[in-house]
Design a protein around this ligand. Structure first.
Ligand code: GLU
Length: 473
């Protein structure tokens, strides 16, 4: 049988960091072993499942590059199959109709509570054969009453559940719809799952699912339950701790490989290596090496990795992602501006996120009406007029608009006027970019282009003139 894993999200929200880590580990395990990876949308909860959420999950998977070999399968398309299996379980005596009324169930629970017992269904209807007027029955699985289920978990090790602790689980509601544990079992079986990698919030469902699989005469897959991800305060990771949606990380300027690299280290390690390319992850990942204690999410470390990937990825790759972010700022780098890859090369060393890179690249594509007030106040003073005028005149005559001759002009101007380089370069930077931060001045000017630079220096000179006038009045 081909090794097959799956990711089986319920579409009740966006793809969050925890889900993405589960998907990644499951995907890596399949890829490492040359197996198949399946995407299954568990949308049977019709009240909470939404189309948007399905879309968000699919987009998140696509952005992360977690490609699936089969699917997406939708559980809502498989109701006939679930019915068939439920009927089979009924026919084989592994399931039964339960006619217990709400009152009876409440009474049962109250009694158990009063006796300080764990609330559970007492299998009352196992022996009740007659239908009862006016009650639409649910269907319960006849769980074995003795013995134990041993889950030989690839992360947790052996976990033993006594059957006496498990009651007869509802597998079909009174309206006939199947419940979660039944649909998962049928799908895992039909889809040929050999390994189930999922969050450890499902560990308690596992013995129940194994019992149903056994009743169906099926082999049980191997299970790997991944420990939780915690926020910095030790509680389960949630919105309170910052972004938890995968697509929000895209929006905030993260590269997918940075997020994947960060996620792979949540509970897994390989020596003290921190940076893993996706190929390395596939080569080295083994779910049996996953640590079984919870890991803590560190936004700082993720940011560090993002910066690492921005610095070290190919400019073409960064450019593809940056184009999207520029689009968010209404900038189309194809019209009226420098080649995007050149901008990336100039900015790669200095941005922690692509949002920052896009913001700091505005000046290459868009003109501005005003200088950044603080930068202008500090740098566009009367003393800057002379160097700016000189530079403007030299730049206007430059025939080959290139960083090198631009550099010479700036340097010579500083020398001739006996000024520190910064006293010349910084006013020029504010003039050309509108801000106090940019890549080296020569490259910055090259990217902005001659016409724009001259126009902006004129604007800066005008600003200085007005400022001087205002001071004299
Ligand atoms: N649909 C379940 C969830 O999103 C996962 C079920 C499973 O992995 O077995 O939590």
């Amino acid at each position: 049988m081909k090794l097959t894993t799956r990711f089986a999200p319920s579409p009740t929200g966006y793809l969050h960091v925890g889900g993405a880590r589960t998907a990644l580990f499951s995907w890596l395990y399949a890829r490492h072993h040359g197996g198949d990876f399946i995407l299954r949308i568990e949308d049977t909860d019709r009240e909470r499942s939404t189309e948007e959420s399905v879309d968000a999950i699919l987009r998140g998977m696509a952005w992360l590059g977690l490609a699936y070999d089969h699917g997406p399968f939708y559980q809502t398309h498989r109701f006939d199959r679930y019915k068939e299996i439920i009927q089979m379980l009924l026919d084989d005596g592994h399931a039964y109709y339960c006619y217990c009324s709400r009152e009876e169930l409440d009474e049962m629970r109250d009694g158990q509570r009063a006796r300080k017992e764990k609330p559970r269904y007492t299998s009352l209807c196992r022996s009740r054969t007659e239908p009862r007027e006016g009650i639409n029955p649910v269907i319960r699985f006849k769980n074995p009453t003795d013995g134990a289920v041993v889950v030989d978990d690839m992360v947790r090790g052996k976990v033993v559940f006594q059957n006496s602790e498990l009651d007869d689980l509802i597998i079909a509601r009174s309206d006939g719809t199947p419940t979660y544990n039944l649909t998962v079992v049928v799908d895992d079986l039909d889809m040929g799952l050999t390994h189930v990698v999922r969050g450890d919030d499902h560990l308690n469902n596992t013995p129940r699912q194994i019992n149903i699989l056994k009743a169906l005469g099926a082999e049980t897959p191997k299970y790997a339950h991944l420990p939780m991800i915690l926020g910095s305060d030790g509680s389960r990771l949630s919105k309170r701790h910052g972004a938890v949606s995968v697509m929000q990380y895209r929006d905030e300027g993260y590269l997918p490989e940075a997020l994947l690299n960060y996620l792979v280290r949540l509970g897994w390690s390989h020596g003290d290596q921190e940076v893993f390319s996706v190929d390395e992850m596939v080569e080295l990942f083994d779910v049996t090496n996953v640590n079984n204690s919870a890991s803590t999410f560190s936004p700082e470390k993720l940011l560090w990795l993002n910066q690492h990937y921005i610095k070290n990825s190919s400019p073409d790759h960064i450019a593809r992602h940056l184009r999207w972010h520029l689009g968010q700022l209404d900038i189309d780098p194809a019209d009226n501006g420098p080649e995007l890859v050149k901008v990336v090369k100039a900015q790669q060393e200095r941005a922690k996120t692509l949002v920052e890179m896009a913001e700091n690249s505005r000046c290459f594509y868009l003109d501005f009406e005003e200088f950044d007030a603080k930068a202008a106040k500090k740098n566009l003073k009367a003393a800057a007029a002379e160097p700016l005028e000189r530079i403007r005149s030299l730049l206007s005559e430059l025939e080959i608009w290139d960083a090198e001759p631009i550099h010479e002009i700036v340097k010579e101007t500083a020398e001739i006027l006996d000024l520190k380089l910064g006293k010349v370069a910084q006013p020029l930077r504010v003039a050309a970019t509108g801000t106090a931060i940019s890549p080296p001045i020569d490259i910055t000017l090259e990217l902005i282009g001659q016409e724009r630079v001259l126009k902006r220096i004129d604007m800066a000179l005008e600003y200085i003139r007005q400022r001087v006038d205002a001071a004299q009045q």
